[in-house]
Ligand binder design. Structure first.
Ligand SMILES: [Fe+2]
Length: 134
C-alpha cells in the first residue's frame, strides 16, 4: 500500500496542500524503507526528518490560522501537540525496540490515519473559513 495524497484531501489553501503532499511523500519513504528492511540508520534518519517536517508544517499552519483570525486555532494547536507527542513516542519505540520492522509498519499506519483524519475533519474547515471570508 503506497501512502499518497489524494485530491479529496485538498484543504483549498495551496501552501497547506503543498506541505501535506510533501508530508505524504515523506511518510511513504519511511513506509517503503521499513518494508524494504533498510538499515536502522536510514529509517532513523527518515523518522527524524518526518518529525522535523511535521513540526515545521504545524508551525506554518498555525501562523496562517493566526493571520486570518481562524476561530478554532486552539483546537488545532491542541491536536497538533498531541500528534507531535505521538510521533516522539514512535521514535522512542523504534529506538528502544532496536529498529523493529513491526514498530515501523504499525507506526506508519497510525501516523497516516491520524493525519488523514485530521486533514479531513479539521484542516478542511480552514479552507471553508477562507472561502467564506471572500
Ligand atoms: Fe492542522
Amino acid at each position: 500500500m503506497a501512502i499518497q495524497w489524494t485530491p479529496n484531501l485538498s484543504v483549498g489553501v495551496d501552501h497547506i496542500d503543498d506541505q501535506h503532499k510533501i508530508w505524504f511523500e515523506k511518510a511513504n519513504d519511511l513506509f517503503e524503507a521499513g518494508k524494504n528492511r533498510r538499515s536502522k540508520e536510514v529509517i532513523g534518519e527518515l523518522l527524524g526528518f518526518l518529525d522535523d517536517y511535521t513540526k515545521q508544517h504545524f508551525r506554518d499552519e498555525e501562523a496562517y490560522m493566526k493571520k486570518i483570525g481562524y476561530p478554532d486555532l486552539d483546537k488545532q494547536v491542541a491536536a497538533h501537540k498531541h500528534f507531535v507527542e505521538q510521533l516522539a513516542k514512535l521514535k522512542q519505540d523504534y529506538e528502544s525496540s532496536g529498529g523493529s520492522l513491526t514498530v515501523i509498519i504499525n507506526a506508519n499506519q497510525m501516523v497516516l490515519s491520524w493525519l488523514t483524519q485530521h486533514i479531513s475533519n479539521m484542516d478542511k474547515q480552514i479552507g471553508v473559513y477562507v472561502k467564506n471570508m471572500k
